[in-house]
Design a protein around this ligand. Structure first.
Ligand code: MSP
Length: 512
């Protein structure tokens, strides 16, 4: 069982689309979690990638007058650029057009096809099809005769398809979710999934003959594999399924598939059933977050509400961007984005909060001790800071383990608030005027700088750039990325004698 590695995935994105901050939302959350687990000293596999097959892609390539492979080769780097700009440190980037993926898909299909239960069978499909969704709709799902998502005309299609016998898996799925209560989260999504399953499951089509841009079915290459058997399988491909069984045993099952709620059914109903049929364990957890909304609607390219992440990072910086979305929105719920609230968060929590704290402390160390961290000296002067930090460390872990990402950050910012309050109470700028209170001043500034050190470690997963800049200003010899929780956050780790150097403001204030 894959318990050796913390394995986290995002969905694979359609490379046709231009990335917007809705896509960025899934990826930033996954990166925040992945970095947190690395900070805990765990081996992490963080997977993202692009979903490169299908009629939609084939048509876009035709329109561009190039073959589909050339088209996706052109598109995939655009996504990688965005992830680089958002400091998304994935360990593996999968493209479903890679040979390793073709192998895995064919292997899973074969395993299901040959499982002796007739779980894949040939049937005919007739329905109303939206090319953009790559999905069929029933009459009453249409809005004014158009696709409910894209508002575009649907096409009547009749074809011979292979089907997957999802209907045979209801009981096993319910059993699985009863014995694994955390396998779908949050709780509202779990309930949704349970009622979907209880409502009755229909077999779904897994192949197409009306286009070629896909992975051929091993037993009938006139058919190409259609959407979900191709896309979902990426998660086991990257773990080594079909190519490296030893690695697969170490990595799989995934700890968490992080997704948006629109693709919950596929991840929490189709996917575990497909795996069961193929003799593979289901993932430990599917965690479905909400939507970034604009005017109450899901932000998307098709309704022209997609904002490119770089439009925001240019103004706010990538750290502030990452912090805002993870702090402002309760992870799991929908959330709206506004420029004003982003400016407010930036100024309150970052510029006036953490940034101001760091600059005050580093300035005082500079003026009173030539920047050199003094001995902690007198006990007790640190007040409740060590106890608060220990408590926050525990709560941070708890929240991260439940993906209560906003609460985790709120807990860390309790330390920021308390440390700013500590300075106001202890008044080091006044203490510094009295030569007789030198030991007290040393103790206050040691406690303050030690708090900054721990903060730099705790904010690393959400704001890797700012954490590093703060660490550099603190002048600590050991590298930041060698720090490991929980030991690195234990009080007293800052070596006296460390040469700090106040630098540029961590977060310049923004005009609203
Ligand atoms: N290719 C499929 C997923 C296959 S996974 C095996 C797909 N791709 S997508 O590019 O359309 O969406 C990828 C992810 O972005 C999904 O998790 C989706 O929920 C998320 N988001 C897209 N728009 C979003 C918002 N406006 N808000 C939050 N997340 C959003 O679906």
């Amino acid at each position: 069982m894959g318990r050796d590695v913390f394995y986290i995935t995002t969905p694979i994105y359609y490379p046709n689309d231009v990335p917007h901050i809705g896509h960025g939302y899934t990826s930033v959350a996954a990166d925040f979690l992945a970095r947190y687990h690395r900070l805990r000293g765990e081996e992490v596999l963080f997977l993202t990638g692009t979903d490169e097959h299908g009629l939609n892609i084939q048509r876009r390539a035709e329109a561009a007058g190039i073959d589909p492979q050339a088209w996706v080769d052109e598109m995939a780097p655009r996504w990688k650029e965005v992830w680089a700009g958002l400091d998304i440190a994935y360990d593996d980037y999968i493209r479903t057009t890679e040979p390793r993926h073709e192998k895995a898909v064919q292997r899973l299909l074969t395993a299901v096809h040959e499982n002796g239960r007739d779980d894949i069978y040939l049937g005919t499909y007739e329905g109303l099809y939206c090319v953009s969704c790559e999905a069929y709709y029933t009459e009453d799902e249409l809005v004014d005769g158009m696709c409910p998502i894209h508002g575009r005309p649907v096409e009547r299609m009749v074809e011979e398809n292979y089907f997957f016998r999802l209907s045979a898996y209801a009981v096993r799925l319910l059993e699985h979710y009863e014995t694994h209560p955390k396998a779908v989260q949050p709780e509202t999504r779990r309930n949704e999934v349970l009622s979907l399953i209880r409502g009755g499951l229909q077999d779904f089509s897994i192949s197409r003959t009306n286009f070629r841009w896909g992975i051929p079915l091993p037993w009938d290459p006139n058919h190409v594999c259609y959407v979900w058997f191709d896309a979902l399988t990426n998660y086991i491909t990257a773990a080594g399924y079909g190519t490296d069984e030893e690695r697969f045993a170490r990595v799989w099952p995934a700890d968490v598939h992080l997704i948006g709620k629109d693709i919950l059914r596929f991840h929490a109903v189709y996917w575990p059933a497909m795996l069961m049929a193929g003799g593979v364990e289901p993932p430990d957890q599917v965690w479905a977050h909400g939507f970034l909304t604009v005017g109450g609607q899901k932000m998307s390219k098709t309704n022209a509400t997609g904002i490119h992440p770089f439009e925001l990072t240019e103004h706010f910086g990538v750290d502030s961007y990452r912090y805002y979305f993870m702090r402002e929105i309760q992870f799991g719920q929908d959330g709206s984005f506004s420029w004003e609230s982003m400016v407010d968060r930036h100024n309150a929590d970052l510029a006036n909060g953490l940034g101001n704290l760091a600059s005050r402390i580093l300035a005082m160390l500079g003026s009173s001790f030539d920047g050199v961290v003094p001995e902690p000296g007198a006990q007790g002067v640190e007040d409740d800071l060590p106890a608060l930090i220990a408590d926050v460390g525990r709560r941070y872990d708890e929240h991260m383990s439940e993906l209560a990402l906003s609460q985790a950050l709120a807990a860390v910012w309790e330390v920021v608030g308390r440390a700013n309050g500590y300075l106001v109470e202890r008044q080091p700028w006044n203490v510094a005027k009295d030569e007789a209170r030198r030991a007290e001043l040393a103790a206050i500034l040691y406690a303050s700088a030690e708090t900054l050190r721990i903060l730099a470690i705790l904010i690393g997963p959400i704001m890797p750039g700012a954490a590093q800049r703060l660490w550099d200003q603190l002048g600590i010899e050991q590298p930041l990325d060698a720090q490991r929780l929980p030991s690195a956050a234990a009080w007293g780790g800052l070596p006296p004698g460390t040469k700090t150097a106040k630098g540029d403001a961590l977060f310049p204030r923004l005009d609203s």
